[in-house]
Write a protein that binds this ligand. Sequence first.
Ligand code: OGA
Ligand code: NI
Length: 331
Amino acid sequence: MATDFRHVPVIDVADLVAGTEGKQAVASQLDKACRQSGFFYVVGHGVDAGLQQRLEQLSRQFFAQPIEEKEQIAMAHGGRAWRGYFRVGDELTSGKPDQKEGLYFGQELPADHPLVQAQTPLHGPNLFPEQPAELRQVVLGYMTALTQLGKQLMAGIALGLGLDEGYFDQHGTRDPLALFRIFNYPPPKAAELWGVGEHTDYGLLTILLQDDTGGLEVKSSTGWVSAPPIAGSFVCNLGDMLDRMTRGVYRSTPHRVRNPAPRDRLSFPFFFDPNFFAPVRPIDLPSGEVAPDDRSSRWDKTSVHVFQGTYGDYLLGKVSKVFPQLKAKVL
Ligand code: OGA
Ligand code: NI
């Protein structure tokens, strides 16, 4: 569990992204945020605002279509690649249906790519809708931009841990597993229903773009703290693999979402994760720190610190829980 924090800090990462002298100061701020809350906003990230606006507009157009149109690219057609559209209630968190619909994307790999030929789960071509046709190009452009930002932020996180800035690049993220989702949270039909219930993310770093609706909450040791929209920012949070790799010095912080407004809420989480085949191992931190095991206080009562294997192994174990109906196809 994270410490008793009251708000999610805002970090200007311009010097890190530019590679200028101030990057060490940015790294220190990242380190502080990772220790306290495992959540932080980034501004000064350099991702084109026009691209983000276009992504939001096109996504709204997509979700406004009749369900039959959206189901033309249903996840059932994505097979092992785990791509496409899912309906409200299809995805589960802790066994409960989330009040959101969405689109799953990943790195665009052609059908004749060796990993696709080998039927590697989560690898393959995306399913893009016929309408709006422009969504394809905008999603691919956004994923390229966010992959670069993910590398830059992980370089800063490495520096903050006292490691070489290329540490993560050399240990699993040179060719990262990048998963991108577009979610639409309709207003909840009942007060007890969650857009997405309490959970932690699986990988290293999640970079979230949210619209101006609000509803994201982060768990501190004394209660839930809101992470409201801040124009021009992304909300970043640490996943289970960074928790594992830092021996719990950085925790993956639980969070949840409930749409507070009588209109749709759109969000765009980008998951910057280790390569599917990368072994996930604890780092020998220069500080020599090790944090106590937190299994009993974790949302899923499991410890990420007993996990051994590749990131792909970890992720596949999760897929079967969130989309049980796809398990047979993906695994
Ligand atoms: C997630 C998540 C938050 C949001 O996808 O893991 O926590 O605002 N999303 O959609
Ligand atoms: Ni999450």
